[in-house]
Design a protein around this ligand. Structure first.
Ligand SMILES: Nc1nc2c(ncn2[C@@H]2O[C@H](COP(=O)(O)OP(=O)(O)OP(=O)(O)O)[C@@H](O)[C@H]2O)c(=O)[nH]1
Length: 299
């Protein structure tokens, strides 16, 4: 899942937003300064309002450049509006406005430094903890769910299937003679092959279906609400696609085959996650024993 953009990497957007915000508010305030109906409000109330608004907005600015953009685009049009208005009072107010920006700027700088440093630290912490949680769920090599995450989700989903009286399917995909790939081409080639298989599985499997690397050269696919036909059809698609894929790594080209064990339980049969896993495992070993590169269903 995507997180919010780091404000420090999206400065242009912030500056444009800031400029638009300042321009709008300075326009509104300048309009009020010139409009005869607002004379009764009193210029000093307007200035106080302007300073308060400036202080709040300045405090939210991230850096000095933003503060300056804000000051120039906000204070300049208002003070010009006052300067160009007839009467010495107005020149006095414009000077007061400019003079008031100095303490406002200083206070805002002090305030925003602490505020943003805290905000930034909280933001980084949130980001790091989200990344850590993601790492704890993910297999490094393939980017798929890892075994720990699979175990949790599998237990929960089986429980739900039992409660809602639905069927549940599990596919266990095991690469045939993977040791030979490692022995012949090296461990790095084996790793590359595993990561490519992860990508192929992700491509073949619909978004709502979960796939995990169970460990070594074994992958599992969770199929809530699946019938035997559906589970077998998906297993066959996976087997055919993987065996038709050519893997390339450092000028080496090779193909692989897989054996797939399929187990589907129906409401009256479901006992627990371990048993369903064991059924799929037995089916996978039956596929290996029958000559590999095939799909076997647990009967
Ligand atoms: N490159 C690489 N190899 C791995 C990894 N995890 C496990 N292996 C290797 O996978 C191989 C599994 O070998 P075996 O269990 O004998 O199975 P196999 O050679 O695939 O033979 P069958 O399953 O009987 O078809 C071993 O050589 C492990 O070292 C990994 O993360 N990377």
């Amino acid at each position: 899942m995507k997180s919010k953009k780091d404000p420090h990497t999206n400065r242009l957007g912030l500056y444009v937003g800031l400029l638009a915000n300042s321009a709008t508010w300075s326009g509104v305030t300048a309009f009020i300064v010139y409009h005869p109906e607002f004379e009764s409000m009193g210029h000093f109330i307007m200035v106080i309002f302007g300073i308060l608004y400036a202080f709040i907005s300045l405090s939210l600015c991230i850096d000095k450049v933003q503060l300056r953009i804000y000051l120039i685009s906000y204070i300049l049009p208002i003070s010009i509006a006052y300067f160009t208005k007839q009467g010495s009072d107005n020149v006095y107010i414009a000077c007061l406005l400019w003079a008031s920006t100095v303490p406002v700027y200083r206070i805002a700088m002090m305030h925003h430094r602490e505020y943003w440093s805290l905000f930034h630290q909280a933001y980084l912490l949130k980001n790091y903890s989200a990344k850590l949680a993601e790492l704890a769920r993910t297999d490094d090599l393939t980017g798929l769910m890892n075994q720990r995450s699979f175990n949790q989700i599998f237990e929960q989903e089986i429980q739900q299937a039992v409660e809602s009286r639905q069927s549940y399917g599990l596919l266990l995909v095991d690469i045939d003679h993977f040791k030979m790939i490692n022995d012949s081409y090296g461990h790095l080639t084996g790793d590359h092959c595993l990561s490519q298989i992860g990508l192929i599985l992700n491509r073949l499997i619909e978004d709502n279906i979960k796939v995990a690397r169970y460990g070594g050269e074994e992958f599992v696919i969770l199929l809530p609400n699946a019938t035997e036909e559906k589970a077998l059809a998906l297993a066959e698609t996976i087997r055919q696609n993987l065996s038709a894929s050519v893997f390339r790594f450092i000028e080496r080209e090779f193909t692989i085959t897989v054996s797939v064990g399929v187990a589907v339980t129906y409401p009256q049969q479901i006992t627990d996650a371990q048993r369903l896993f064991q059924f799929a495992d037995e089916a996978m070993y039956a596929a290996k024993a029958a000559g590999r590169n095939r799909v076997a269903l647990y009967q």
